[in-house]
Design a protein around this ligand. Structure first.
Ligand code: FAD
Length: 287
């Protein structure tokens, strides 16, 4: 087992058996699993920020009536198809609650004027009431094509998907232009990409879009807040608790905050790896 020597620049050298870089959910879960199976190994997690959680973060904000409540800024929803995180929540004694979706929603897509609907997502009737037969035909033609493409993705090796290279060379925006005639269709592709993936349609490969949708079960699953939708539940008290509880489980002393990995030096004959780590304690504005 290679030994990792941490050349923590400003303080002492330290050795460990396994060094995990990143105190987000993935790094901390990995550390916890290793400790579970090999409790005698010295496992250290280094995290560049001054907190664990990575792309999950929960902050407290003032709410009505001079009270405060917790708000998630990053990852916050889970769905019933996401069994790994649901199991983790259960193990950590974290409760979930259904995403609140009652009320009027506003949507602007394809036209300059926004309109409203009441369900968790607009129904086919909502769309028919707002869009022309030509616009609806655009969607009705393209939707089965997307569905078929999603089904065709090889999840284990996405490059084995039929036409993988061509799909990977196209952005979602380019694909939408080639396969739809109306601004409504372009806006729908842009909106669903922004909402579900957090990036513009022009910034993502079509193959990745399909791959991610297949991993979630379908495009609908990525958007929905009901049934098998990925936005169905939220975590009571916020998702930052996942990482905080994982850090507690592996021992907070084994999670070093404000430490960024800069370089790794491998010495194959000695069987060691030396990590060069920057101490960021005094760096301002890291959140
Ligand atoms: C706004 C937003 C909303 C989201 N919504 C959802 C959602 O609703 N549901 C869902 O399932 N997912 C959602 N996600 C995605 C989810 O948050 C991430 O997939 C998940 O948190 C990633 O965890 P991770 O541990 O793999 O990576 P990260 O959380 O990114 O953790 C990686 C950590 O490594 C640290 N690091 C990187 N390089 C170094 C280095 N050299 N040295 C030391 N440390 C380093 C980083 O600082 C970071 O803390 C959302 C993400 C965002 C941003």
């Amino acid at each position: 087992m290679p030994v990792t020597k941490i050349a923590a620049p400003l303080k002492s050298d330290e050795n460990c058996d396994i060094l995990i870089v990143g105190g987000g959910i993935a790094g901390l879960t990995t550390a916890r699993e290793i400790k579970r199976h090999e409790p005698n190994l010295k496992v250290l997690v280094i995290e560049a920020k001054n907190r664990v959680g990575g792309r999950t973060n929960t902050i407290e904000l003032k709410t009505a009536g001079n009270t405060t409540d917790k708000f998630d800024l990053g990852g916050q929803w889970v769905g019933i198809t996401q069994t790994y995180i649901l199991n983790t929540l259960k193990e950590l004694n974290l409760e979930t609650y259904e995403q609140y979706t009652d009320g009027k929603k506003w949507l602007q897509m394809g036209h300059d004027k926004p309109w409203t609907y009441e369900g968790s997502l607009p129904t086919a009737t909502d769309f028919y009431n707002q869009y022309s037969a030509f616009e609806m035909a655009d969607i009705m033609r393209a939707y089965p094509i997307i569905k078929k493409l999603v089904d065709s993705v090889d999840l284990k090796n996405p490059m084995n998907t039929p036409n993988a290279k061509q799909l990977d060379a196209l952005t979602v925006e380019e694909w939408a232009r080639q396969n739809g005639q109306t601004r409504f269709f372009q806006d729908l592709c842009e909106g669903s990409t922004m909402v579900a993936y957090g990036v513009r349609a022009m910034s993502m490969s079509m193959l990745y879009y399909l791959y991610y949708a297949k991993a979630a079960g379908s495009v609908d699953n990525l958007l929905e807040t009901t049934d098998t939708g990925a936005q169905r539940f939220r975590v009571k008290g916020g998702t930052l608790q996942i990482s905080q509880k994982l850090a507690h489980a592996i021992g907070n002393e084994n999670v070093r905050l404000n430490r960024a990995l800069l370089q790794l030096h491998m010495n194959e004959s000695a069987g060691t790896v030396t990590a060069v780590i920057q101490d960021l304690t005094n760096l301002k504005n890291v959140s």
